[in-house]
Ligand binder design. Structure first.
Ligand SMILES: [Zn+2]
Length: 348
């Protein structure tokens, strides 16, 4: 349920990053020199940096690094040592499987997914670039196999709408672990994490929830049904921290009375306005986006599963179901029925 978990666990031990850094670099990037940032130039720049890294041209990478990147590593020597250690762990890149650029506002993330000699899973090298294509960060994320599912061809029965009225960005969503880190967990196989992205995720330094564009946004019922869980007492986390003891945080679960159950998680404390037993209709307000539970930055988690509760006595329960929304816009194109994917900006 946490959008950044993959980043934290990801990198070979040597290349350590922390969330304070993550927050810091986002803050620093509110668009100086905006004219030079675009997906095409970020793709070219990312490819070049990946090539340099593979060729151990660390000094060239260092010359293109932002002060945040340099602060993270401390010195070129440290960056080189960390990179060499990662190379030992991963081995040589054998097959490039794909690449893409993820537009996060004034930040572009170039991702190169490849097979490495020493790893059975694929790995994604993720270079975050500022609007001048200078390097903000480098993450390595292992891409585990997707959880097996008997529901790959399933058609959502509930008439679903997006669970908000404004424009949000699909941070994690899609069927592969590349697009969607949830996809290796059976009941989150088709889950979504939605963020609000403008120039990054927040204004200011991002250290306060209220600075995040998603925080306090209205969340609505994606479909009609009966509320079977409504929790509103869990404190919101400080950005960068996470409450592992209460993974759902404040949440609402809706029984659509057709074998489908909607799970919406990480609401703001005290903001949930429905109660267990309430009958809700699609579009009805449920509460406000927050940062509670297994969430380190304000966002909305949403998935459908085939059993009422994602955790039963602390054990993951149920199978995730594909989630087709109806009548929404994705990057400006009207979609009558579809599954949004990572990077799309969506609104009803
Ligand atoms: Zn999530």
């Amino acid at each position: 349920m946490t959008p950044q978990r993959n980043f934290v666990q990801a990198v070979a031990k040597a290349i350590t990053f922390n969330l304070i850094f993550l927050v810091g670099f986002l803050a620093s990037c509110n668009g100086d020199n905006p004219s030079s940032g675009d997906s095409g130039s970020a793709l070219n720049a990312g490819r070049e940096y990946m090539m340099w890294w593979n060729a151990s041209a660390y000094d060239q990478i260092w010359k293109q690094a932002t002060s945040q990147f340099k602060t993270t590593f401390g010195s070129l020597q440290n960056f080189q040592a960390a990179s060499e250690q990662a190379k030992e762990e991963y081995g040589a890149q054998t097959t490039l499987k794909g690449e893409r650029v993820f537009d996060m506002g004034s930040i572009f993330q170039y991702e190169s997914v490849a097979k490495y000699a020493n790893k059975s899973d694929l790995a994604s090298f993720e270079w975050q670039l500022d609007s001048s294509n200078d390097i903000l960060s480098l993450y390595v994320r292992d891409l585990p196999q997707e959880a097996p599912s008997a529901y790959l061809d399933y058609q959502t029965k509930t008439k679903l709408r997006l669970p908000f009225d404004d424009e949000w960005t699909v941070m994690w969503g899609g069927r592969s672990t590349w697009e969607n880190y949830h996809a290796d967990t059976p009941n989150q196989r088709f889950a979504y994490d939605f963020f609000v992205v403008k120039n990054g995720y927040f204004s200011g330094d991002g250290s306060q929830n209220a600075q995040h564009y998603a925080f306090g946004k209205t969340v609505v019922a994606p479909g009609s049904g009966v509320v079977i869980a409504a929790e509103s007492s869990v404190p919101d986390n400080v950005p960068g921290e996470e409450n592992f003891a209460q993974p759902l945080g404040n949440h609402v679960i809706i029984d659509h009375e057709n074998g489908e159950y909607s799970v919406l998680a990480h609401f703001q404390r005290g903001s949930v306005v429905v109660q267990v037993g309430d009958r809700v209709v699609a579009g009805q307000k449920l509460g406000l986006c927050g940062n509670s539970g297994g969430s380190d930055l304000p966002h909305l988690h949403y998935h459908i599963q085939n059993t009422p509760f994602p955790l039963v006595n602390g054990v993951v329960d149920g199978e995730g179901l594909p989630t087709q929304f109806t009548n929404y816009f994705a990057d400006g194109t009207r979609i009558s029925r579809g599954e949004p994917v990572r990077g799309q900006r969506v609104h009803p």
